[in-house]
Each structure stands twice: as structure tokens, then as C-alpha cells.
Design a protein around this ligand. Structure first.
Ligand code: CAA
Length: 440
């Protein structure tokens, strides 16, 4: 059977940086460790005044097309996943195609364009759409371009403000891909939830604590569903497990849940129970609250075991290296986590060919999706082509008052007397110069 999966990845970060421990925490009167240790974040990438989801997505896509030497006629489909669309009718992919047509010979008239929205899981859903299109044999030898692009901004003062971020991930989905082959099997956990909503408003109304519980519940269901069609997973089956990463602290919880779920009961009994005791059984407790409290204490003990600590350090921590520095990119976030793990392996000379990844995507509202990926023999060359480290190093470090000003510029309904044309705009990339107009 022909392998289908991700052939190339390019990442485009927002050009500004908000330093959480040194700039954000002092203004909020918080201990910087709430951000660095609690949420697990150092910085967030923030969009400059001339950046939006279209410019970042188009820049990531152009970088990918240039590196792979592609022409518009090589691409039969452009899918954009975003939680930050500004237009309720025209898909963002049409704007991105319009930008790309300004710089390439040829156009995308022949390409099927769409937009996927289901909070952060939409990036993975777009990859699934592309996968199905190729597997169905409808692609006529062409590749699919998937762009996950978001400005994940919250209202100022919202608890989510610490987890903001902005950037785009462009991915090329092809037959016989260079980076990873996707598994046919998928698992889902999906339920009608109202943890994160934007009813006719730019910034989300989010029930933060509840959203974390919903994330974990749906992820556990998706893992069980995946096991029902694929195989009974075991923690050591996977070299890395990239999860959707709204902030690394969330993935610490997801990692522990996944580890406890995947580890065999016999291993718990033989290896871990002598150290941490028997897992509490509900029948041993008089109330549900007492049982849940005992489970929490048991999980805390499990987290402290050497077995868990070294598994987490090897399998989960490498997926968080980029997220710690960029914050939440919504639809791009799980794809940043995968890229982060592969970048870590390339830097450490790890041979990944044939190794498996388990990818856990999640979108509020709510749906989790689990699938496996097998690393292909071109992965290292592709990942070494990323310039994300240079991009992150060259971000402009915002002061607090600059942050407030740029946040105001991005707020659609805010009346300001700021003239964005006063700000310098870079050349050689797509920038936002006014409604519906992109220039290179
Ligand atoms: N040192 C070390 N750790 C500290 C600390 C300190 N001085 N102070 C606090 N902490 C820890 C806390 O104990 C907590 O960790 P635990 O959860 O492990 O207990 C962590 O830092 C965060 O502290 P708070 O819970 O007090 O933080 P908060 O209430 O201000 O906000 C939040 C946290 C609710 C997640 C908020 O950032 C938020 O609303 N974020 C947006 C919603 C979100 O990202 N949800 C995630 C799931 S939904 C999803 O994934 C979809 C999506 O992308 C939005």
C-alpha cells in the first residue's frame, strides 16, 4: 500500500516576543515561576502590527514551496485550519493562494481550497482530509498544502492571556512522504462541550479549569478508541508522543494520564506497587470525593517514580522545547510539538527511521484525535532545513507598554489613534498593508 503522510514542514513565528517571567509576571504581581514552572512557558510569540493569519500562513507556505522547488501546478489542494478567521464566508486559503500567486508563475485555479474549524484539532483534521483525498486516488499525482495558522490572542486580563501565541505551520501531504507516514487507524473522543467559545467576538470566553478537564477526558477516550482499532498501546512503543500543547503544563498532565493508561496492570503490580502502593479501588471508599482524592495522591506518587520520570524525559519533554518559547498556536500547536521532538532527535544524532510517534490532537468544543506515525528515511534532512531557531532568536522583545499597544492594534473593535504605517515593515515577505491587500 502506498504510504501517505507529511513530506515537508515549515514554521513561521510571529515576529515579536512577550517574555513571561521578566515582563508579564512583574506587571501581574505574580511569581515568575508560576509561568516557567507552573505553565511551563518562557515566552510567547506575538504578531507584529503587519502580521495576521494570512501573512504568517502565506510566508510559511512560500518558505515550504521555495525549499521544495514547487510550482502551483504541483499542488492540488490548499486547506487552512484556523481558529482566528476574520471572514465568515471566504476561506483563508483563498487569501493565502492569492498571496502566493503574486510571487509564482501560474495560479491555483485548479486547486480545491477549504477551511477547517474545530478549535485546535482543525490542523490535524485538515491533514486527515488531505490523507483521505490522496488515498482515494483523487489527487492526480498532486500534493496537498495544509496550513495551520492562528493569532491565539485573549482579552487583556483574561487568565488565558499568559498562554497567547501566534504563528503558522505549513505542511505538504504527499504519497511516499519524507518525514512521517500516517497510520490508517485513528481514535476519537468527541462530545458537545462549551469550554471555549467565541460567539461573534474576537477573543475567546474560556472556562480555563474546565477546559483542562475536558482535554484530559476526551484524550483518554481517544486513546481507548485508537486501541480498539489499532493495538493495545504501551508507553515504550513510541519514541515521542506529541500532544496538543496550549501550554507545557497541560501536557505534563496529559503525559501522566497517557502513561498510566498504557502501562500494563502486571507491570504496575510487579514493579510499581511495591514502591507506590496499590491503585485505589472505588469500592474501598465511602464517597466519590474520597476516591478521587486518593486517585490524585496515587498519580502524584506515580509521577515521582524513576520509571515515569525517565519515560517523560525521553518521550514527552522533547516535544515541548519549542512550545515553551512560543506559547499556544492553536491549530499549529500539536504540529509544533512534533517538529520540536524531531528537531531534538536531529540535534542529538538519534536514528529515528522506522520509529513510531503517537500524536494526540485536541480542540475545545470538544474533540481529541489519536493516531500513530512512522518516521521515514528523509526526516532528518527535512527537519534540518527548518530555520525556526533563527526566527525565535531574532524576535523583538516587547516592553509592557509596547505589548499593550500592539495588542490594541490587533483588537478589531478597538478605536485607537495608532497609525500602523508609522511602523517599519520588512521587505521580502508578505505583510498586511490594509484590508484584503497583501504585498511581498
Ligand atoms: N511556582 C510554581 N508553580 C506555580 C506557581 C509558582 N509560584 N504558582 C502557580 N503555579 C502552578 C499552579 O499550581 C498551576 O499548576 P497545576 O495546574 O499543576 O496545579 C499552574 O501553575 C497554573 O496556575 P493557575 O492554575 O493558578 O493559573 P491560572 O488560573 O491563572 O490560569 C489556565 C491557568 C486556566 C490554564 C489559564 O491560563 C487559561 O485559561 N488558559 C486558556 C485555556 C487553556 O489553555 N486551556 C487548556 C485546555 S483547552 C485547549 O487545549 C484548547 C486550547 O488550545 C485553548
Amino acid at each position: 500500500m502506498t504510504a501517505v503522510g507529511i513530506d515537508a514542514i515549515e514554521i513561521w513565528s510571529g515576529k515579536l516576543k512577550l517574555d513571561l517571567p521578566n515582563t508579564f509576571a512583574p506587571v501581574k504581581g505574580d511569581d515568575p515561576e508560576k509561568y516557567t514552572k507552573g505553565l511551563g512557558l518562557e515566552d510567547s510569540s506575538f504578531p507584529d502590527t503587519y502580521e495576521d493569519i494570512v501573512t504568517m500562513g502565506a510566508n510559511a507556505a512560500k518558505q515550504l514551496m521555495d525549499r521544495k522547488g514547487l510550482k502551483p501546478s504541483d499542488i492540488g489542494r490548499i486547506d487552512v485550519a484556523t481558529e482566528s478567521a476574520f471572514d465568515h464566508s471566504k476561506p483563508v486559503s483563498t487569501y493565502i493562494a492569492g498571496c502566493l500567486e503574486q510571487v509564482y508563475d501560474g495560479d491555483f485555479r485548479h486547486a480545491n481550497k477549504g477551511e477547517r474549524k474545530f478549535a485546535c484539532v482543525a490542523g490535524t483534521q485538515s491533514i486527515d482530509d488531505a490523507y483521505n483525498w490522496i488515498k482515494a486516488g483523487r489527487n492526480r499525482g498532486r500534493a496537498a498544502l495544509v496550513v495551520a495558522t492562528d493569532t491565539a490572542l485573549y482579552a487583556r486580563g483574561d487568565p488565558g492571556e499568559a498562554t497567547q501565541g501566534a504563528g503558522a505551520v505549513a505542511m505538504l501531504i504527499t504519497e511516499e512522504p519524507s518525514i512521517v507516514e500516517l497510520s490508517t487507524e485513528q481514535g476519537y473522543g468527541s462530545m458537545d462541550e462549551t469550554d471555549f467559545l467565541k460567539p461573534n467576538q474576537q477573543f475567546p470566553s474560556v472556562d480555563g479549569k474546565r477546559s483542562m478537564q475536558v482535554y484530559l477526558a476526551r484524550m483518554r477516550e481517544a486513546l481507548e478508541d485508537f486501541e480498539s482499532v489499532a493495538w493495545d498501546t504501551h508507553p515504550e512503543d513510541f519514541e515521542y508522543i506529541p500532544f496538543h500543547t496550549p501550554f507545557p503544563g497541560m501536557v505534563r498532565k496529559a503525559g501522566l494520564l497517557g502513561f498510566r493508561h498504557m502501562i500494563r496492570d502486571t507491570e504496575i503490580e510487579d514493579e510499581l506497587e511495591p514502591e507506590i502502593g496499590r491503585q485505589p479501588r472505588e469500592t474501598d471508599f465511602e464517597s466519590r470525593e474520597a476516591f478521587e482524592e486518593a486517585i490524585r495522591a496515587h498519580m502524584d506518587e506515580l509521577k515521582r517514580t524513576d520509571r515515569y520520570q525517565s519515560w517523560y524525559a525521553d518521550t514527552i519533554a522533547p516535544t515541548l522545547e519549542l512550545s515553551r518559547r512560543v506559547g499556544n498556536w492553536y491549530t499549529g500547536s500539536v504540529h509544533i510539538a512534533r517538529a520540536s521532538a524531531l528537531r531534538h532527535a536531529a540535534a542529538n544524532g538519534t536514528d529515528l527511521v522506522g520509529q513510531k510517534l503517537l500524536v494526540g490532537s485536541y480542540g475545545s468544543g470538544a474533540q481529541a484525535e489519536i493516531h500513530a506515525e512512522t518516521v521515514r528515511d528523509g526526516w532528518k534532512e527535512e527537519i534540518e532545513g527548518l530555520n525556526i531557531d533563527d526566527q525565535l532568536e531574532s524576535r523583538y522583545d516587547l516592553t509592557w507598554s509596547e505589548y499593550e499597544l500592539v495588542h490594541d492594534v490587533h483588537e478589531y473593535d478597538k478605536e485607537t489613534d495608532i497609525d500602523v504605517e508609522e511602523f517599519t515593515q520588512p521587505s521580502g515577505e508578505f505583510v498586511f498593508t490594509g484590508w484584503g491587500r497583501m504585498n511581498e
